[in-house]
Design a protein around this ligand. Structure first.
Ligand code: ATP
Ligand code: MG
Length: 550
């Protein structure tokens, strides 16, 4: 498995180590607990924790929880589980809300220095004063309040004396700054009636992200604060806050391109909508790009890390092909997954020349290239199942499976010949009568060539199961680009095979071990549902990329 290529952030860090700016490199992963983590977050996790590991430093998990309206303790627990599952251990866990008291004190300091003021403009008025990309803003009429008045008003904001939206605390920077983020940005707003998952009802004023983040980074001793490109224009404000509060040494913000993946959405807002409106079964629906969904789908954590290594880290936005994620999973599962046989659409086969009271134990290796994975026993008997797709009454020579009067090899067992189709009174095929050649176990028949090999399971020992096949959740590469997201959903994204039959060794299979169903793909047992006691298997990924040229 490859490691991340050396990229511009590594170069920056090595420069900072060589120059003596830092002795130890410290990073953080700062999710907002307002939804489940997705593959975009995985990119950030692998980057941040990878740097902590690569440079013998450390990485914190910090919940960026300054907006109680959308946050919830249940998301905190889900995020912790997902980070651990991806294989990382945080140095310390913090909540931005742990710093609410400190953040308040720093705001008082800014007021004392004449660098922050309480503004009575409402949101609309603030916007009107802000100017535009081509026009400077205009000063708020409250910009020159005395320090004493600002201190008094800010304390009374905290005490709950004013309604929502009536006042804000703003940084006093420059209303004519070319960078709009520096035009006296809001630091605090009033939010009554919310119950914060950490601080309860202790606060009715909440600090904004741009104010909270640099101070949280500095308080934790973060050296490199990595975020996505849309924050590049916020970096001057990040630096302004730390400079004006005399933090030294201070963290360095560095931006990188966010991950965009074709045929899916990587935005908590959009994912929340899919879950809330019931377009998927929940945050762990195996079609979602959430880490919970991918885990349930059977993606190994190592394949997701490998995918993050392969996509690399740059400053250029791009759309990564879903096929890259799938091939990372295939490459890993090909090496590790034991091979099994499963028949998704069963057709009963009666081997008429095999005695009804006889069974035979056949040994089959678990992996074609790895003897260390051992072998399992398959039971051969008179009644078997093969897949309906592997039999046709007639077919041309290109069809390498079973036709009436033709032969096929049953994997790890004998060559059989299809003799007769048995139909019920409505003309439906109910079974196939066949004969087997006892002389073909582990060797080719004499004088004839059998080209096809198909999977099978013995009827007596088969494990009935439900198998779920997944296709892409969206039918267009960039969902929601031209129409409402929901119109782009793929109606065939879930296909259920309710009557599948699995080989007996899968009766005891645990949920943690993915396997390959030969000729069908990589599968794993569902960790959430069973179908009336029967196991459910999810297809993680097919054996080949069937989307390549679409
Ligand atoms: P979303 O738009 O999905 O809500 P977010 O950036 O608001 O994403 P946060 O919980 O605030 O979500 O993100 C935590 C960290 O993960 C941030 O550092 C953010 O930059 C990073 N991150 C989020 N989405 C992506 C992505 N698609 N690619 C890379 N990093 C991402
Ligand atoms: Mg966010």
């Amino acid at each position: 498995m490859s490691e991340t290529q050396h990229h511009f952030i590594h170069q920056r860090i090595e420069h900072d180590l060589a120059s003596g700016k830092h002795q130890q490199i410290c990073t953080r992963f700062p999710p907002e607990p307002n939804g489940y983590l997705h593959l975009g977050h995985a990119k950030s996790i692998v980057l941040n924790f990878g740097i902590g590991q690569d440079y013998a430093g450390w990485t914190n998990l910090r919940f960026d929880d300054t907006n109680p309206a959308k946050e919830d303790a249940a998301y905190v627990a889900a995020i912790q589980q997902d980070v651990r599952w991806l294989g990382y251990t945080w140095h310390a866990q913090h909540f931005a809300s742990d710093y609410f008291e400190a953040l308040y004190d720093y705001a008082v300091q800014l007021i004392r220095r004449g660098q922050a003021y309480v503004c009575d403009l409402n949101a609309e008025q603030v916007r009107a004063h802000r100017g535009s990309l081509t026009e400077p803003g205009t000063d708020s009429p409250y910009r020159n309040r005395s320090i004493a008045e600002n201190l008094d008003l800010f304390a009374r904001m905290r005490a709950g004396e004013y309604p929502d939206g009536s006042r804000t605390l703003r940084a006093r920077i420059d209303m004519a700054a070319p960078n709009i983020n520096l035009r006296d940005p809001t630091l605090y707003r009033i939010r009554h009636g919310l119950v914060h998952h950490q601080t309860g009802e202790a606060w009715c004023i909440y600090p904004l992200y741009d104010y909270t983040h640099p101070i949280s980074d500095a308080l934790e001793g973060i050296t490199h604060s990595l975020c996505t490109l849309e924050f590049a224009d916020h970096r001057p404000l990040y630096d302004w806050i730390l400079d004006n509060l005399d933090f030294d040494p201070r963290p360095q913000q560095i931006e990188f391109a966010r991950l965009n993946l074709s045929y899916t959405v990587l935005s908590k807002r959009k994912l929340t909508r899919l879950v809330a409106e019931g377009h998927v079964s929940g945050w762990d629906d195996p079609r979602l790009p959430t880490l919970a969904g991918l885990r349930r789908r059977g993606y190994p954590a190592s394949a997701i890390r490998e995918f993050c290594h392969r996509i690399g880290v740059t400053r250029a936005d791009s759309l990564v092909e879903m096929a890259m994620l799938e091939s990372a999973a295939r490459d890993e599962l090909d090496q590790t997954a034991p091979r099994r046989m499963a028949v998704l659409n069963p057709l009963k086969v009666v081997i008429t020349n095999y005695p009804a009271d006889q069974t035979e134990a056949l040994t089959a290796p678990n992996h074609p290239k790895r003897d260390d994975l051992g072998a399992r026993t398959l039971t051969f008997s008179r009644e078997l199942y093969i897949d309906q797709a592997d039999f046709r009454a007639t077919a041309n020579k290109k069809y390498k499976r079973l036709v009436l009067g033709g032969e096929v090899r049953l994997r790890h067992a004998y060559v059989i010949r299809a003799e007769k189709i048995i139909r019920d009174e409505t003309d439906q095929i109910v079974a196939l009568h066949a004969t087997y050649d006892p002389d073909t176990l582990g060797k080719n028949p004499e004088g004839r060539k059998v080209r096809g090999v198909i999977q099978w399971v013995a009827a007596a020992t088969a494990v009935p199961a439900e198998v779920r096949l997944y296709d892409r959740l969206f039918q267009v590469a960039e969902p929601g680009k031209t129409a409402d997201l929901i119109n782009d959903l793929n109606p065939g994204s879930l296909q259920i095979r309710p009557d599948a039959m699995l080989e007996a060794s899968l009766a005891q299979a645990d949920t943690a071990t993915p396997c390959q169903f030969e000729r069908e793909g990589y599968f794993c047992r569902d960790i959430t549902d069973t179908a009336d006691g029967r196991p459910i298997y999810n297809r993680t990924v097919s054996l080949r990329d069937t989307w390549q040229n679409i």
